[in-house]
Design a protein around this ligand. Structure first.
Ligand SMILES: [Zn+2]
Ligand SMILES: [Zn+2]
Length: 172
C-alpha cells in the first residue's frame, strides 16, 4: 500500500451510489445517523469519524464531485446551503469545539462519487487524520468550502480558478 493511498484510503467506486440510496429515504438506505433532511440536502454522521464531531452534508441530487460544480447561481446556492446547515448542526452539537473545518475531497480522493461536504469539529481523533483535511488551495486532494464558494460565486466571475472551454470546471 502506498503512503498516498494510506493517507487517503478513499477513491473506491461503487455501482450503486450509497448516498443516493440514503437521500431517497428508502428503508435500506436510511441509517439512524441521519440528523436532518429536507428536499435539497441530507445531514448525517460520518460512519468513520475523523474528529470529535464529523458530519457529512450531501445534496439529494446526484452530483459526482466538487469538480462538477459550476460558477452559476444554482450551484453557489446549493453549496452555501450545505455549508450553512453543516455549520449550524455542528455549532448545536459541539458548541465548545476549538475549531470547525468544512471542505470537499476532490476526485479521486473522495470515498463516494456523490458530492459530500465534510463538517468537522476539532480536535481530530489522531494526528494522522488531519492530513486528510489539509487544504492547499486547488492543488491538493482537499479543498475548503470557503475556496469553493469563492470560485462558484457568479458575481466574482472565475478569477480564482483556471477555466477551459465553455463548460468551466473547478480546476484540478
Ligand atoms: Zn448519488
Ligand atoms: Zn470525503
Amino acid at each position: 500500500m502506498s503512503l498516498w493511498r494510506w493517507m487517503f484510503p478513499e477513491g473506491k467506486k461503487s455501482e450503486e451510489c450509497p448516498f443516493c440510496v440514503l437521500a431517497s429515504g428508502s428503508v435500506e438506505g436510511r441509517t439512524p445517523n441521519v440528523l436532518y433532511q429536507d428536499k435539497h440536502v441530507v445531514v448525517f454522521v460520518d460512519r468513520n469519524p475523523s474528529a470529535y464531531r464529523h458530519y457529512l452534508v450531501i445534496p439529494n441530487k446526484h452530483i459526482k464531485s466538487v469538480q462538477d460544480l459550476r460558477p452559476v447561481e444554482a450551484d453557489h446556492a446549493l453549496v452555501s446551503r450545505m455549508f450553512k446547515l453543516g455549520k449550524s448542526t455542528l455549532q448545536r452539537d459541539a458548541p465548545n469545539a476549538s475549531k470547525y473545518r468544512f471542505g470537499f475531497h476532490k476526485s479521486p480522493f473522495n470515498s463516494v462519487d456523490h458530492l459530500h461536504l465534510h463538517c468537522i469539529a476539532l480536535p481530530y481523533n489522531s494526528v494522522w487524520r488531519r492530513f486528510r483535511y489539509l487544504g492547499v488551495g486547488w492543488l491538493g486532494a482537499y479543498v475548503s468550502v470557503e475556496h469553493v464558494l469563492l470560485y462558484l460565486d457568479p458575481k466574482k466571475g472565475m478569477k480564482t480558478g483556471v477555466t477551459s472551454g465553455d463548460q468551466p470546471k473547478v480546476p484540478i
